[in-house]
Ligand binder design. Structure first.
Ligand code: HAM
Length: 417
């Protein structure tokens, strides 16, 4: 029997209900803040990711699903969506004026990763990207939206971990100091870090190897190499977050696994389930639009993994609250036709009602109704049809009453209020 591909899974039932609740909460937050949705293709030319996420990043280097299509085009299934959104805003000239562009997306991403709890090869992200926004205040706006959205989901133990990775102009001096530091203890670093120090020294700070993290003790920190404007930007962001009561810590090793960040880089840590772990990440990427062929434009964004967030919701709150619909059970051919008409009248008024269409006898239909947790069974047999009524069984209480057919929509509506 065929199985889903390793690292992918089917979403249904309770897990999907959490996905939907999270997505609804996120959409409401985005719309409150004036963000509009964008949907970009899953397939992009591979260059879109090579030129943005970076060839030295693990995501491009090791984890990308890329292949030649039948027309010999080298394409990749998006490992993230920032690059695709940037490609789209350039292609559609959405940055022709200096107006801010506030965009959000919800969709699947693909990374060929080692399997662990909450990490998949097809996973889902919710993300926000804003363009033509250069101030620390604009970052605070996006971070407040994010923080309030997570609070609305019931997360309480949240901390922002922030850093400034500076600009390409101030990085060479840092790279020089960092390479000199690396040289004094290079035998303690892993082979990957030896590759990274040549390609992109910042990546060494991000190494997951414990020995490398220990060897980094006392390393030069980026914030000491910032130009004056980047330093002021960083200080102002911290001042605003403090004034808004958003908890944060500074983490000089936070560089993130993607190459496009400038100045602010951040993650959100949650200890809602005990051990602290990163829920999401993002930052500023002022050079990326130009790098992909557009104008010089400031930009900022973040994305959160939906899979782990849904798992967290399940562990914190249990099953997603759901309200099964009442069931309408017709008994016999003429009752069935009447039942379809009655159900349509209810559906037209926006009411939830499941129609029993199997031609099942009453016992079988009631067994199903109980199994799915229907609150009411509306039973329409020949006797009821003759009298113009329906028998209504409250399945939890075990009581029964009779409603006139004409008043069914109003009565149903009252029970659902
Ligand atoms: P990222 O840190 O690579 O950033 O991914 C963001 C989030 O996606 C992670 O914090 C995690 O929750 C989730 N995630 C990543 N890989 C997996 C996986 N294999 N399984 C489950 N969840 C995963 C970005 O993607 C950037 N585009 C963020 C950004 C937006 N920066 C600026 N704008």
């Amino acid at each position: 029997m065929a199985q889903s591909v390793k690292g992918t899974r089917d979403l249904f039932g309770n897990e999907l209900e959490w996905f939907q609740r999270i997505e609804d909460t996120a959409r409401r937050a985005f719309h409150r803040h004036g963000y509009s949705e964008i949907r970009t293709p899953i397939l992009e030319e591979i260059e879109v990711f090579k030129r943005s996420v970076g060839e030295s990043s693990d995501i491009v280097h090791k984890e990308m699903y890329d292949f030649k299509d039948k027309g010999d085009r080298h394409v990749a299934m998006r490992p993230e969506n920032t690059a695709g959104v940037v490609r789209a805003v350039i292609q559609h000239q959405m940055l022709a004026t200096s107006d801010p562009q506030l965009l959000y997306y919800i969709g699947p991403m693909f990374r060929y990763e080692r399997m662990q709890a909450g990490r998949y090869r097809q996973f889902w992200q919710i993300g926000a990207e804003s363009f033509q926004v250069s101030t620390p205040e604009s970052e605070a706006e996006s971070l407040v939206m994010l923080y309030d959205f997570l609070k609305e989901l019931g997360l309480t133990q949240l901390t922002f971990s922030i850093n400034s990775v500076g600009t390409p102009e101030c990085r060479p001096a840092f790279h020089e100091a960092f390479r000199a530091f690396f040289k004094t203890r290079e035998e303690q670093f892993c082979a990957d870090c030896h590759r990274r120090i040549a390609e992109n020294p910042l990546r060494v700070l991000d190494c997951k190897n414990e020995r490398c993290q220990a060897a980094l003790e006392g390393h030069p920190v980026l914030v000491d190499y910032l130009d004056e404007a980047s330093r002021a930007h960083h200080e102002r962001l911290k001042e605003i977050l403090g004034a808004l009561g958003i908890p944060f810590v500074e983490n000089p090793r936070l560089v993130r696994g993607l190459d496009y960040y400038t100045r602010t880089a951040f993650e959100v840590l949650s200890s809602d389930l005990g051990a602290q772990s990163a829920l999401l990440g993002g930052g500023r990427y002022d050079g990326l639009v130009k790098q992909l062929g557009g104008p010089q434009v400031a930009a900022f964004g973040w994305s959160i993994g939906l899979d782990r967030l849904a798992m967290l919701m399940q562990q914190l709150h249990g099953n997603a609250p759901r309200k099964p619909a009442p069931i309408l059970i017709p008994l016999g051919a003429s009752a069935t036709l009447k039942a379809i008409q009655l159900a349509r009248a209810c559906w037209a008024q926006g009411l939830d009602l499941v129609l029993e269409t199997r031609g099942a006898n009453l016992k079988k239909a009631l067994t199903t109704a109980n199994r799915v947790g229907a609150p009411l069974a509306l039973i329409l047999g020949d006797g009821e049809l003759e009298q113009g009524v329906v028998a209504v069984k409250d399945l939890a209480a075990g009581t029964q009453e009779t409603w006139n057919l004409a008043e069914v929509p109003a009565k149903l509506s009252a029970t659902r209020a």
